[in-house]
Design a binder for this molecule. Structure first.
Ligand code: NAP
Length: 351
């Protein structure tokens, strides 16, 4: 159920009973979703800063092959968080001072096809982790920080302009609804004394972004077309606009939330404040490989259009700027270029 290269050879029950006296260490982090985009960047950051890092991954999953992470020194625990007992036991075993909860069913599109599975991992597993963290805080009287990966999708198809922490929560997808639930539950546990930070993350990308997401699909597809391995890219609504940031910047924002000395926790919108269309992303992707005349290389397939989708999404991260001193460092064009170049480099290496 839980495997760690560094764990002693005791039964789980014995190990947990031995942990009754364990106290959370503020420099010990548990990162769920450590093989995912954000979890891997955050873990690398924590390891570089000398933290003891424990990472939970879903057994059978793997890291990005396009840009693999270096997790040397991390204690890795195979744990399917849908097993709420295993999730709670993992928290009790590690007794972390900080939990970065980044695991989740992260695709809005897929949540329409698998709403129940999305709810199990996003809503139920998060509940188990919050409650286990609260248990550690209650037992020891020590501060436990919980950074919850909330999402801009909690705001749904709003036309409220630039969205911030005061924007009404009104999700418009199963994914958004699960994130809204954990966002609100996080605030409930915060009121009980757990230092919960809801990171209201707008879209953020990197070479580690999966190809099931439109940005990863574009980067991968453009590289394949540039190499002459494919003729076309098939996309849905190219007019949709998103506020796209650089994933390591967003990991940095969550790190800053965790190391604040404030005991209470807070909600933070993390966004760049600028939106671009999917069309802009495609154009920037083809520009990265020197193709200006790209329209004939893209076909529109209505099968890729979501049932309900916000047309524009821009966040206002003024609160994060003021309280965390956070600001994005990588601009849109550079993000797209980095992604396409990584896919190009990976294919060259594979030859
Ligand atoms: P990601 O790359 O998809 O990583 C999520 C990780 O969670 C994956 O490694 C996934 O493993 C793991 N996971 C899923 N179900 C699990 C389970 N039952 N038990 C254990 N692990 C499980 O997503 P990300 O981009 O890093 O995003 C991190 C978090 O931020 C997610 O909660 C996401 O919803 C949220 N968020 C992301 C964005 C964004 O633009 N990236 C925006 C807003 C919010 P598998 O690969 O095996 O599923």
């Amino acid at each position: 159920m839980i495997s760690s290269p560094s764990a002693p050879e005791h039964s789980l029950r014995l190990r947990l009973s031995m942990l009754d006296d364990a106290r959370p260490d503020p420099r010990v982090a548990l990162v769920t979703g450590i093989y995912g985009q954000d979890g891997s960047y955050l873990a690398e950051r924590l390891l570089a800063d000398g933290w003891e890092v424990h990472g939970a991954y879903r057994p059978g999953t793997s890291m990005s092959e396009t840009a693999p992470a270096d997790l040397t020194g991390a204690h890795l625990h195979g744990c399917d968080l849908v097993d709420d007992t295993a999730a709670a036991d993992l928290v009790a075993e590690v007794t972390p001072g900080v939990i970065f909860h980044l695991a989740g069913a992260s695709s809005v599109g897929r949540s329409w096809q698998a709403p129940v599975a999305t709810a199990r991992v996003n809503a139920v597993a998060t509940t188990a982790l919050l409650d286990a963290a609260m248990g550690v805080a209650d037992r020891t009287g020590d501060r436990v920080v919980f950074v919850n990966a909330s999402s801009a999708e909690i705001f749904g198809t709003t036309d409220a302009g630039r969205l911030d922490e005061s924007t009404p929560i009104a999700p418009s997808s199963p994914y958004g609804a699960t994130k809204a639930y954990t966002h609100l539950l996080g605030a409930v546990y915060r009121d009980r004394g757990l230092a919960v930070n809801n990171a209201i993350l707008f879209n953020h990308e990197s070479p580690r972004r999966g190809t099931e997401f439109v940005t990863g699909k574009i980067a991968h597809g453009v590289a394949a077309i540039a190499r002459g391995e494919r003729d076309r890219l098939s996309l849905g609504d190219m007019s949709a606009r998103r506020d796209w940031g650089w994933a390591p910047d967003y990991a940095d924002a969550m790190y800053r939330m965790a190391v604040r000395s404030d005991a209470r926790g807070d909600d933070f919108v993390i966004a760049t404040g600028t939106s671009h269309s999917v069309r802009d992303f495609v154009a920037a992707g083809f520009a990265a490989v020197g193709i200006d005349d790209w329209e004939h290389l893209v076909e529109i397939d209505s099968a890729h259009v979501r049932p309900v989708d916000p047309s524009d999404f821009v966040g206002d991260a003024a609160h994060a700027r003021t309280v965390l001193g956070w600001a994005p460092t990588v601009q849109f064009g550079e993000i797209v270029r980095n992604m396409v170049e990584s896919h190009m480099a990976q294919s060259v290496a594979a030859r």
